[in-house]
Design a binder for this molecule. Structure first.
Ligand code: GZL
Length: 320
């Protein structure tokens, strides 16, 4: 180690780590990434967090990780803290689409690049972030709708109840949009009730209980914006004395382990894949950014669809 670095490190050793932290990491030649995560609301989110933490370690990136517990104000606080600590890059998964302009302008003024992961924001000024990496939620909704139109066996009217994701979030808005775009081709398919289950099992069960109370045996199909809400709804369907995936056809999104277990138990008909494994892509993007490379404005995750018939064969290969 040359003299300059030795002196830098010696000087830094005297400064409280909290103040020196990013500088210390930088003196060691490490990139410091501030990441604001939404929370731990679903299996998907937990797998996403694990992927980000593991990839940061593998890539030798100092990760400052904050869990917002589903609250936008906590994400804004975390981003401000990353700015104050002068991290090299900020990345986050925005819990909802709107309300980010002010804090993103503060990051821009501080000359700290921002990467959007998983979910997008609806800010008009797209100079406020360098890239958005994540799934095409509209296409996930289309895949759900296409599967239903191609596989539904019943005749006459098809009454659908919909469990929406978090109100105002990109996946909830776009999955609804894509699904409705497809089913409008066959007017007998109608959404008769639609309400948010906030992407959680508990809320998914609670709202499905209300749907069953209001509509009972009229319900032919459940479209859930994620597997966790579908799994909660399956409990409600069984407690109502009905057979999930038979009396009520169930379509959901994410393709997490719990969905494969439900499909192998014959309780879920299909899950559309939405990969949470964004960690490696994110860390590579951070390194490319710091190496002066230009990132594509949009990095899309390629994904499939898993009907219950293939669940047992696919399950051993699943990584989340
Ligand atoms: C989708 C992600 C969604 C998942 C849910 O990319 O934002 O949030 O579908 C998660 O399971 O809670």
């Amino acid at each position: 180690m040359n003299n300059t670095r030795r002196h830098t490190l010696a000087a830094l050793a005297a400064v409280p780590a909290a103040l020196a932290f990013p500088t210390l990491a930088r003196a060691q030649g490490k990139i410091v990434l501030g990441f604001s995560q939404i929370g731990a609301e679903s299996e998907w989110r937990t797998a996403n967090t694990e992927s980000i933490k593991a990839a940061a370690k593998e890539h030798g990136i100092e990760l400052k990780f904050s869990d917002a517990q589903q609250k936008q104000e906590n994400q804004i606080k975390a981003i401000r803290s990353f700015i104050a600590q002068k991290v090299d890059v900020i990345a986050f998964s925005p819990v909802v689409e709107s309300g980010w302009g002010t804090v993103l302008r503060e990051a821009k003024a501080a000359k700290i690049p921002v990467i959007l992961t998983d979910r997008a924001v609806n800010e008009k000024d797209d100079s406020l972030w360098v890239t958005f990496m994540g799934s095409d939620f509209v296409e996930e909704g289309r895949k759900s709708g296409r599967w239903l139109l191609e596989n539904y066996k019943g005749q006459g009217d098809v009454n659908i109840v919909e469990l929406q994701g978090t109100v105002g979030s990109a996946p909830a808005i776009d999955r609804k949009k894509g699904f409705e775009e497809i089913i409008k081709a066959q007017p007998r398919f109608k959404i008769i009730r639609s309400q948010t289950g906030d992407f959680t099992r508990a809320k998914g069960k609670e709202v499905m209980e209300a749907f069953l109370k209001a509509e009972g045996k009229k319900i032919n199909v459940l479209y859930a914006h994620n597997d966790d809400m579908a799994i909660g709804a399956i409990q409600a369907i069984e407690e109502a004395g009905l057979k999930p995936a038979k009396d009520i056809i169930i379509i959901s999104i994410d393709a997490v382990k719990g969905a494969f277990e439900a499909m192998m138990a014959g309780k879920l008909n299909v899950s559309v894949e939405c990969s949470p494994l964004l960690g490696p892509q994110l860390m590579q993007a951070v390194k490319d950014l710091k190496a002066g490379k230009t990132l594509p404005r949009r990095i899309v995750t390629e994904e499939g669809i898993f009907p219950m018939e293939v669940a047992a064969k696919e399950f051993p290969k699943r990584k989340y």
